[in-house]
Design a protein around this ligand. Structure first.
Ligand code: UTP
Length: 224
């Protein structure tokens, strides 16, 4: 089975905790037995700090995106440091990632092009490599009808259709401070490519569970 795992920077890099990164690496190695695993690492808080400072210095959005991409790549290298079976090269695009996967069961990458986040990068990678499963590790335990950190009445979905999800994200992204585990572009890619997607609480011990289909309490299935 081919699996693409999107590992948000805020999920992986929490407090620069090396033990946490090691546990993620162990979980990735475990699911790579008999499977090809592509991991896309996000930028998290450090990327936001860099981008904020670059903006103050007059950088335009595209330059800020390039800065964000470099941070995702550094985070990817950190994860690679804890993986014994991944190449120490961080691919710059999907074709390089695919090529590396011919000789490795685990390939780790970061962002690719300006204009979107690693949500979209990982959905595009999943489409490109024809992944059987797209896993999105986030800081919440699935998809809610509203941001659960701001609205205690937000309803959690066990499963949701991509078009329904798109409506919620469009509504939330129009609101200031609106925060959602998947962005609009990634949902459109999930829709068009029909990838089976699970958004779940990004903890190392949850990775194997979702791969084995035990995601009901920790995530939401997005049906294309
Ligand atoms: P992230 O995808 O990590 O954003 O990329 P994030 O919202 O901080 O995600 P978490 O916290 O890890 O979940 C960081 C920034 O890098 C640029 C964007 O500016 C993005 O906000 N980026 C990333 C791109 O321009 N292209 C990419 O393919 C990836």
């Amino acid at each position: 089975m081919k699996i693409v795992l999107s590992l948000g920077g805020s999920v992986l890099m929490r407090d620069f905790d090396a033990e946490r990164i090691r546990r993620f690496a162990e979980a990735i190695e475990e699911i790579s037995e008999g499977n090809k695993v592509f991991v896309v690492v996000g930028g998290g808080k450090i990327a936001r700090e860099y981008i904020k400072t670059a903006k103050r210095l007059g950088a335009d959005n595209t330059l800020c995106d390039y800065i964000g991409i470099e941070v995702t790549r550094i985070n990817a290298m950190l994860l690679c440091s804890a993986l014994s079976n991944a190449p120490k090269v961080i691919p710059k695009d999907f074709r390089e990632a695919y090529e590396l996967s011919l000789n490795h069961n685990v390939v780790v990458m970061g962002g690719t092009f300006p204009g979107h986040t690693t949500d979209a990068t990982s959905a595009l990678l999943a489409e490109f490599v024809k992944a059987d499963l797209f896993l999105n590790a986030t800081s919440v335990d699935g998809i809610y009808s509203d941001d659960p950190r701001r609205n205690p009445n937000a309803r959690r979905f066990d499963k949701i259709k991509a078009d329904e999800l798109l409506k919620i994200v469009l509504k939330l992204s129009a609101e200031a401070g609106g925060n959602f585990p998947l962005d609009v572009l990634s949902i459109k890619i999930i829709q068009r490519s029909g990838i089976r997607t699970i958004v779940f609480l990004g903890e190392p011990e949850n990775i194997k569970r979702v791969v084995e289909g035990d995601y009901a309490e920790i995530g939401t299935l997005v049906e294309p």
